[in-house]
Design a protein around this ligand. Structure first.
Ligand SMILES: [Cu+2]
Length: 291
């Protein structure tokens, strides 16, 4: 009897221990530092915000979700009420009235009030993301068929092109991701107000990094502007979001946010590695522009 209890206890302990290991493993996975912000399989919701802009967008999104849910629920309740209370069996003789001033005023005024409640934070956010008064540095981005050109005008005009890595160049050991990793990574410092200037070299592209809350069109002949302030180091991925031709799906964006010290170190090597605008760098011309 005592032996069987002991065995049972042992078994229970073992199960508990295994469960503990499983729990610990799961917690480790969940608690993993967000070193890379990329889409995940079966992902729900937005990518984790890495800039104040993306945070505000997330909050606005949440607010809208509550409003939408309340409206949908209200309409559902009305529908169910009508179906139950006013079907032909329960209510064989329907009333014949066609106007009701009170209800008509209400169904006009309440939706307008809801739209005003949405419009105020929406416009605030729009102006917040528009531009930064005194940027610490500038990154210029040019969308091309089918890659991105990057320029650092404040840092001796470092300039380079960034192409998607081909499938056979992807090295999982370096955490490279198919269709998201690039040959030349955009390196930016954290805790810095970075102005981003955006244009298109051939057709319209769109520079989009979800974790930054940035999606801005790169339009030929036009200079668009936005800004980011990245709050923690890591790798952030994005893609062109404006259908721009046959290789639209193959011009990803890879941004590595590093500390200010690491950024200074990177500048030293980058100045040697990449051609400089000041030294007469000419971006590669596209077939469209050569014609
Ligand atoms: Cu594009």
């Amino acid at each position: 009897m005592g032996l069987s209890i002991r065995i049972k206890t042992k078994k229970t302990m073992k199960t508990l221990k295994n469960f503990g290991y499983l729990l610990a493993a799961l917690v480790t996975v969940w608690a993993m530092p967000a070193t890379a912000q990329a889409p995940q399989p079966w992902q729900l919701n937005l990518q984790e915000a890495a800039t104040p802009m993306a945070k505000r967008m997330g909050d606005f999104h949440d607010m809208l979700l509550w409003i939408i849910a309340a409206i949908a629920l209200f309409v559902l309740v009305l529908l169910v009420w009508v179906v139950i209370r006013y079907n032909s069996k329960v209510n064989p003789e329907p009333s014949q009235f066609t106007h009701n001033v009170l209800i008509e005023v209400l169904w006009t005024v309440i939706p307008v009030a809801i739209l005003v409640v949405i419009a105020i934070p929406s416009f605030q956010l729009l102006y917040y993301q528009d531009r930064i008064e005194e940027p610490d540095m500038t990154l210029k981005v040019t969308g091309r068929q089918w890659y991105w050109d990057y320029e650092y005008p404040d840092h001796e005009g470092i300039a380079f092109s960034s192409y998607a890595l081909a499938e056979d160049e992807i090295d999982p050991a370096k955490n490279q991701i198919r269709l998201l990793s690039t040959d030349n990574v955009v390196v930016l410092p954290v805790d810095t107000n970075i102005q981003i200037l955006m244009t298109g070299g051939d057709v319209i592209h769109s520079w989009t990094v979800p974790a930054f809350g940035v999606k801005i069109d790169a339009i030929p002949g036009r200079l668009n502007e936005t800004w980011v302030r990245i709050e923690k180091p890591g790798t952030y991925y994005g893609q062109c979001s404006e259908i721009c031709g046959k290789d639209h799906a193959f011009m990803p964006i890879e941004v590595r946010a590093v500390t200010k010290e690491e950024f200074e170190q990177w500048l030293v090597t980058a100045k040697e590695e990449f051609a400089s605008i000041d030294a007469g760098f000419q971006p590669i011309r596209t077939a469209f522009l050569q014609e």
